[in-house]
Design a protein around this ligand. Structure first.
Ligand SMILES: [Zn+2]
Length: 376
């Protein structure tokens, strides 16, 4: 099959994150077995009780122990939903050098390129083990890859994580963390505020201090990021019940994106210190902090052989990504991880997402060279 035919097949297999992914995983499993890989599925039930699977294919090692893989190519099988009005979402359509369809860019193009690169390689002749990893639930928090990292079915030395980067190797990325904070007060008639305690005034004091934390975070910087420090955002505030009631409760979300080398929970700990300080001044100050998410940042050193190789073959210097990826999960498996793939992230997740044909073909060539360089 050509890379375009493989991509067309992948696009027609509807794999929106909310659905079971058995169909696309079965197709990929059959493909990998035909190429000579040993395969293993890792099924699980997602939070909605829907069955999902991650698929691992290994050549040059068996599943007896924990395979030590030299290179793993990682692609997520799920896509974001699509507008029903996009009638060709599941039918790959070519127009002016672009291939259009849901997932064509993010990230089925990378999967098609990986399969095509592998097809032309004699796996029996590889000197070091090669793996393909196809994951579920990336678009809803990299959940499939996190499960793989927790189960640790293999170790890897190098990982290329497929994402649309316009074929620029991305060797680092900020993390993503979220907490929900509830400040409590005591309701009262607003004519007699001394009988209550305003949760909104308390939250305002806390927010003012959080803004100061945000300013302090600017002093710790990492080159190559825009902006080069950990950013923080309070995106939602909700409190009170009526204009003439002293507010009994105020809730807000706190989101931050930590730079590599900083603990993911650093901000949470700074906020906890602020709360402790406010409680010292006001013994009645009640605040609950619920950590909702903590995705690690990642960084692969600039002199990693994988970074060098991808910079040389793509003719692009390495950069950093601003969005969450499966790279931290691969680093947890011991790998130098680089995010890399055809297509532009700015067209991903949109109606009419596409991958340029020339980038798709170039990706096949680069992945084939990567397999020869690291496993040949
Ligand atoms: Zn993606």
């Amino acid at each position: 099959m050509t890379v375009e035919e493989t991509l067309a097949k992948l696009v027609c297999l509807d794999s929106v994150s909310s659905h079971a992914n058995a169909e696309i995983i079965s197709w990929l499993a059959a493909c990998c077995e035909a190429f000579g890989f040993a395969i293993k599925r890792f099924p699980y039930l997602d939070d909605a009780g829907v069955e999902k699977s991650n698929l691992l294919a290994v050549a040059g090692a068996d599943f007896g122990g924990r395979p030590e893989v030299e290179l793993v190519l990682v692609g997520h099988t799920d896509t974001v939903p699509f507008d029903p009005a996009w009638t060709n979402a599941l039918r790959l359509t070519e127009r002016e050098g672009g291939l259009y369809g849901r997932g064509a860019c993010d990230t089925k193009a990378f999967i098609a390129a990986a399969l095509t690169a592998v097809e032309k390689i004699d796996l029996a002749k590889l000197k070091r083990p090669l793996a393909l990893l196809f994951t579920a639930d990336e678009e809803i928090g990299c959940l499939g890859a996190k499960r793989v990292a927790a189960a640790r079915p293999f170790n890897a030395r190098y990982a290329i994580v497929g994402e649309p980067t316009s074929l620029q190797p991305m060797r680092a990325g900020k993390g993503y963390a979220l907490a929900e904070i509830t400040v409590r007060g005591r309701e009262a008639h607003s004519a007699y505020p001394q009988l209550g305690a305003s949760a909104i005034f308390r939250a305002a004091r806390l927010l003012e201090r959080i803004e100061r934390v945000s300013a302090e975070l600017k002093s710790d910087q990492r080159a190559g990021f825009d902006p080069p420090y950990t950013t923080l955002n309070v995106g939602l505030v909700n409190g009170g019940t009526a204009k003439n009631v002293v507010a009994g409760e105020c809730r807000f979300t706190l989101e931050w994106r930590p730079i590599p080398g900083q603990e993911t929970d650093l901000v949470l700990n700074l906020v906890r210190n602020v709360v402790a300080d406010l409680q010292q001044r006001d013994s009645d100050f009640v605040c609950e902090i619920e950590a909702a998410r903590a995705d690690e940042s990642f960084e692969t050193r600039a002199d990693s052989p994988l970074v060098h190789f991808l910079e040389k073959t793509s003719h692009k210097t390495s950069g950093t990504v601003a969005f969450g990826t499966e790279a931290p999960s691969m680093i947890a498996l011991g790998a130098d991880a680089v995010v890399f793939g055809p297509g532009d992230i700015r067209v991903a997740h949109r109606t009419g997402e596409f991958v340029p044909v020339d980038q798709l073909n170039e990706c096949v060539s680069i992945l084939r060279q990567a397999i020869e360089r690291f496993c040949g």
